[in-house]
Design a protein around this ligand. Structure first.
Ligand code: ADP
Ligand code: MG
Length: 658
């Protein structure tokens, strides 16, 4: 079903035929009640003299028109699809003079199809509802400072808009004036307003709560983060999950098998002289109706689409059903340290000169090099250097700069080869003893230690500290309660610093001093050992490790388009609390998928036995086995929408199903 462009399913011609069929069927029932059936004659002839019979026939034709053509086409290509099965069942029912049943099948099957398409279409479209949350007009600021109200859809990158308290931000941009708390729930799922001031990014459709903001647009109107989310969700919805593929394969055997059983039921008992041919023919028809795999086939996609959509509405972008299924199943999660379990906002705590270069000069040499790097360590060193005495370069000429991921940076400074980074970068297989006690002392204090060296001679050490994310220990404990029993910390940082963080958050295992390839290998090993694993990290630096996991999860997607693109699941908020929510949605979806499939199969099995035994009529088969089962499966999937992320201040287990 390509539901994106389809209008409301309730007003299509199929829908109208369904209503008409239902009305005629009801009219037929009233007629039967008031005037009764015509004279009792067997077979098709009974209908001829029966007013109600004609009405039922009309109902069957009108409702059946929705699928007769498809059914006939399927029959011609010898494909046993549900349209063919239902067409055959209706034809059979008319043939044996059961117009009421024929009409019931036509009407109820049409109704079931309608309900299914509406459920899927609604789930798909609720992502467009997200786009409708964005405001329609914006207050544009002209060159001369005057204001003009324009349609928000006309805004272009570079234009300035004003947003008053209580108004929604019309476009992605940066604050150029003012400050305010902005509720970003529409984009990130966090309900607590985020403080915004000059230089901070803001997103279309978020709510400006209490201040006045002037914003310079950074995107065109059709290209906002919200649009990107909607686009990715639509793509995700159209991918088939592994279970969906499996069920479709299964249906390819199920339907012919039950159809064959139906033919046998029609033919064999009468040949053996058991009961009348008419009786067995009707039981066989009932089996034909049961052979229709509708509820079974819809069970998975309706649940997965529902999971993806409701997660997106809470700021968790899942880029395909397969990730819902694998995150729901996994009991192992690997975490990157810097920026994931820690805030990634490092601070320089110690500068220890080892030779005759002063601490101040050492710091500025490091800063001169690190200005070219984007690593959090580099940012911290540059920031600290500029805070303590300005960023003079002391006339250094930095040439041949190179960043070595997981190791540090090197360059030629005034003809000498300078390295800033790990010991390994300074000299492979070197050891820390030549730094005296300083190195050990810093490490034992949980610091990340960076060595600055020139031509292989250590000049000094820089110690940095990173703060734990306050929510991290709670989130990991929660995940453990909910079945993630293997939690592993992966980092390029040194053992001590890694262990300090690992102990503080409570992971099971710490794997430190890993280079980027080492992280990939470690993730592969974890995936193998636990038959599947997720990895949470930084979507940019950890992209290879994220790709090596079954599910790569990155945080802070709202601020980083690259993160959204590389991760399998992007948490729009920079908040670990969204992780247990993402897992809960996935876990519930997985359970619902399994339950729904078992339920649909169970119902069919019971009905099939009943049909052969003569306890289940055609009407019951289509009412319960088709419409009822589809409806139950769909309603079940809607439970996902009621799952909400835990918010600050909620009771400890606040994201249970309401
Ligand atoms: P993490 O696994 O914590 O994200 P990385 O793999 O990015 O860490 O880096 C591992 C180690 O490499 C850091 O702890 C640091 O010692 C060193 N390093 C990496 N980049 C730099 C840099 N730009 N400057 C100094 N040291 C660096
Ligand atoms: Mg990192």
């Amino acid at each position: 079903m390509n539901g994106n462009t389809r209008p409301s399913p309730w007003t299509t011609s199929e829908a109208i035929r369904t209503y008409a069929s239902g009305a005629l069927w009801t009219a037929g029932l009233v007629l039967v009640f008031v005037v009764g059936h015509g004279p009792d004659q067997a077979g098709w002839w009974r209908i001829r003299t029966d007013a109600a019979g004609w009405v039922f026939l009309a109902s069957a034709l009108v409702g059946g028109w929705n699928f007769f053509p498809k059914g006939v086409r399927a029959a011609r290509t010898l494909r046993l699809d549900m349209n063919f099965l239902m067409t055959a069942a209706i034809a059979g029912a008319v043939l044996i003079g059961e117009p009421l049943e024929a009409a019931a099948i036509a009407f109820l099957f049409s109704l079931a199809e309608l309900l299914e398409s509406s459920a899927v279409v609604r789930a798909r479209h609720s992502i467009d509802a997200l786009l409708r949350l964005a405001p329609e007009v914006a207050t544009l600021v002209a060159e001369d400072g005057s204001e003009r109200t324009v349609p928000a859809s006309d805004l272009r990158a570079g234009e300035r808009v004003r947003v008053r308290p209580g108004e929604k931000v019309p476009i992605d941009g940066v604050v150029v004036e003012g400050q305010s708390g902005v509720n970003q729930a529409n984009v990130t799922g966090e309900s607590v307003p985020v403080a915004k001031s000059v230089g901070d990014p803001v997103f279309a459709s978020t709510l400006n709560t209490d201040g006045f903001l002037e914003i310079e647009a950074t995107t065109d109107a059709g290209d906002t983060t919200l649009h990107r989310i909607a686009r990715l969700v639509r793509e995700a919805q159209s991918k088939r999950s592994p279970t969906e593929q499996f069920v479709q394969k299964f249906a390819r055997y199920y339907t012919p098998a039950v159809t064959a059983a139906a033919v046998l039921v029609m033919a064999v008992p009468p040949l053996l002289g058991l009961g009348t041919g008419l009786m067995w023919f009707e039981r066989g028809l009932t089996l034909l109706v049961i052979a229709c795999p509708c509820a079974l086939v819809i069970a998975t996609p309706v649940t997965i689409v529902s999971a993806i959509t409701s997660a997106a509405r809470h700021g968790v972008l899942i880029k395909g059903g397969e990730y819902v299924e694998s995150l729901g199943a996994t009991c192992a999660i690997a975490f990157d340290k810097t920026g994931t379990l820690t805030l990634g906002e490092l601070e320089v705590t110690d500068v220890v000169p080892l030779g005759d270069m002063s601490g101040d000069r050492l710091l500025r040499l490091a800063a001169a090099m690190e200005r070219r790097s984007e690593h959090p360590i580099a940012e911290a060193i540059v920031r600290y250097a500029s805070e303590t005495g300005g960023l003079r370069e002391d006339g250094w000429t930095v040439e041949e700069f190179r960043a070595h991921p997981g190791l540090g940076v090197t360059a030629t400074v005034d003809g000498a080869r300078v390295a800033v980074g790990t010991i390994e970068l300074l000299a492979p297989a070197d050891d820390a003893r030549r730094f005296g006690d300083h190195f050990d002392a810093l490490q034992r204090a949980g610091r990340t230690v960076v060595v600055v060296s020139r031509d292989g001679v250590p000049l000094g050490l820089i110690g940095l500290a990173d703060a734990l994310r306050p929510e991290a220990p709670g989130v990991l404990a929660r995940l453990r309660r909910e079945g993630v029993h293997h939690q592993i910390l992966l980092t390029g940082d040194q053992n001590y610093a890694a262990r300090a963080i690992g102990d503080a958050v409570g992971v099971d295992e710490v794997m430190a001093e890993l280079k980027p390839e080492g992280k990939v290998a470690a993730v592969r090993e974890i995936v193998r050992a636990h038959r599947g694993a997720a990895m949470v990290g930084d979507g940019v630096n950890d992209a290879p490790a994220l790709a090596a996991a079954d599910v790569g999860i990155a945080m802070g997607g709202a601020g980083s388009p690259a993160t959204i693109e590389t991760a399998d699941i992007a948490l729009m908020a920079d908040d670990l609390n969204m992780l247990p929510y993402a897992r809960r949605v996935s876990q519930l979806a997985r359970r619902l998928v399994r339950f729904n499939i078992a339920f649909a199969l169970g119902i069919k099995a019971i009905l099939a036995v009943g049909a052969v035994g003569g306890f289940v009529s055609l009407i019951v088969a289509v009412l319960v086995g088709d419409m009822g089962a589809s409806l139950a499966v769909t309603l079940n999937a809607m439970r996902l929408a009621r799952l909400k992320p835990r918010q600050a201040g909620d009771p400890p287990r606040g994201d249970h199903v309401a």
